[in-house]
Design a protein around this ligand. Structure first.
Ligand SMILES: Nc1nc2c(c(=O)[nH]1)N[C@H]1C(S)=C(S)[C@@H](COP(=O)(O)O)O[C@H]1N2
Ligand SMILES: [Mo]
Length: 490
């Protein structure tokens, strides 16, 4: 066998790549199970998925919510951390790993291009296809082709597909999950037939592709070329002293395994600490990519979804029941805190503000979506009326619904988000008064954020320079309980 050397940069990026892919796949499974259904259209219902995991069935005769559909990944899957309601934690791991993985990939490709190494990877003639079939036949008949300095045709095609097709696809489909990005640039979705759910489904299929590749790749390299592979893997030198190579190899394998066990246990035991640590790392990236993207959605009436999921049960408090019984005659939306003009707006006051109508895509952080038409008062008009003071960095929406833990729902955004053209206080959905389940009498629509920011049954808006004294201090009920990040832009 002719021996060859791999440059150290390739050895290191390969190792980081493997490490990140394991975290990405494990946290990806956790994320998937929070809404374990995949679709080809942006209308999602309990029936129109093309594949589903888990086993929960929703009742036909009474209201259920999207949170009721969340499941725990089976313990024997490799999910990180494989527990119910750890969507927030799964996402923290996923974003951190995705960022490191992308940077590593860029370094790897940059290095390949600069050094000319790419020529070993990228097929340069059509001959590669018949030749690959030939090689495939050799593998299948166990006439193992020799390993060498040039990759064989099958390796070339597979590696090139992984690096130049599957990896970019995974990044593009991942970015398509951001309501901020696709709200600002709806054309981005043209790549996926105009549908975010197509991107989500492809993101899943590409994950399966990566998983299969890893399995086959490890089987072939380790199973068929064990001695040289171990050396190549740890040092880039196939002829490295085998005892040394194997020792290093075992150390690396144990470290990766230990890290994954530690990550799982730490996530389960210290989810709050985990959140505060990991969001520090990726929040600046979210802000850089998605901060300040204004929603620019122009769906049409014919795009409206026949079924629109509900998340959050309508309020049961006496206060709310009384108001509703009286058709919200006595409802007053309180606008208070750091404002020059505190307000108490009746429904009539709100409806006297210039009415705006928009058809938009709602993206729940869990994965489902739906298109609806919303009409209401743009929040930029509310800002003109209440005049937040200089330091009023955040707008907090307080809601009527009180959860079983005794805390009412709330969410918050930057005051500047209220200037977005499509952020509004909605009082109509699809041309009718806002139905009970969707936020009667007033809900917020924040169209460049995931769904949990769009508070329903809004009671008051508070302007503040610091949300840490509200609720449990993380800026929203979902952030407090499911430990979501606060940005909500993906
Ligand atoms: N008051 C209140 N607002 C809420 C929620 C809630 O539980 N209570 N759930 C949020 C979540 S997670 C989502 S996805 C959307 C769902 O909106 P929909 O029920 O109109 O589909 O509402 C958001 N606003
Ligand atoms: Mo949601």
């Amino acid at each position: 066998m002719d021996s060859f050397h791999l440059p150290m940069i390739i050895v290191i990026t390969h190792l980081i790549n493997l490490f990140c892919l394991i975290i990405l796949i494990r946290s990806g499974i956790q994320i998937l199970y929070d809404h374990p259904k995949l679709y080809w259209t942006d209308h999602t219902s309990d029936e129109n998925w093309w594949i589903r995991f888990g086993k929960k069935q929703q009742p036909k005769d009474k209201l259920w919510t999207a949170r009721d559909e969340a499941e725990s990944p089976p313990k024997r899957t490799l999910a990180l951390p494989a527990a119910q309601d750890f969507l927030g934690a799964g996402r923290h791991w996923h974003f951190v790993a995705a960022i490191i993985w992308t940077i590593t990939g860029a370094v790897y490709i940059g290095f390949m291009l600069i050094t000319g190494e790419w020529s070993r990877l990228i097929p340069t003639s059509w001959e590669v296809f018949p030749e690959a079939i030939n090689v495939m036949g050799q593998y299948l008949t166990l006439n193992i082709p020799p390993e060498g300095a040039t990759y064989n045709a099958l390796q070339q095609i597979t590696y090139a597909l992984i690096v130049f097709v599957l990896a970019p696809l995974q990044i593009l489909t991942g970015l398509a999950m951001s309501p901020a990005l696709i709200g600002r640039f709806p054309k981005y979705l043209v790549l996926f037939g105009g549908r975010r759910q197509v991107a989500r489904s492809l993101h899943f299929l590409a994950m399966i592709g990566f998983s299969l590749f890893i399995l086959v790749h490890i089987t072939i390299t380790m199973g068929l070329h064990f001695y040289s592979s171990v050396g190549l893997f740890v040092s880039g030198n196939a002829d490295m002293d085998f005892a040394k190579a194997l020792t290093l190899f075992l150390i690396i394998a144990i470290l990766i395994l230990a890290f994954n066990i530690w990550a799982t246990l730490f996530t389960l035991r210290n989810p709050i600490k985990l959140r505060s640590t990991l969001i520090k790392f990726y929040t600046p990236v979210l802000r850089f990519l998605f901060g300040g993207l204004k929603s620019n959605q122009k769906y049409s009436k014919k795009d409206i979804s026949p079924f629109f999921r509900v998340n959050g049960y309508p309020p049961k408090t006496d206060e709310y029941q009384e108001l509703r019984k009286n058709h919200f005659e006595d409802y007053r939306l309180k606008v208070f805190g750091m404002v020059e003009n505190p307000l108490e707006l009746s429904l009539k006051d709100i409806k006297s503000i210039e009415k705006q109508t928009q058809v938009t895509l709602h993206n729940c952080i869990q994965g489902w979506s739906g298109v609806a038409e919303w009409s209401g008062a743009p929040t930029r008009e509310i800002l003109k009326l209440c005049k937040p003071t200089k330091g009023a960095k955040y707008a907090v929406f307080h809601c009527f619904d009180v959860y079983a833990d005794g805390y009412p729902y709330y969410s918050s955004v930057r005051t500047s988000d209220l200037k977005d053209d499509q952020t509004m206080l909605a009082y109509e959905m699809n041309g009718e008064d806002l139905p009970l389940n969707y936020g009667d009498p007033i809900r917020v629509r924040v169209e460049n954020k995931v769904g949990y920011k769009s508070a329903k049954w809004v009671k008051a808006i508070e302007f503040t320079d610091d949300y840490s004294k509200i609720g449990r201090g993380r800026g929203g009920y979902r952030e407090d309980t499911l430990l979501f990040n606060w940005e909500g832009s993906i």
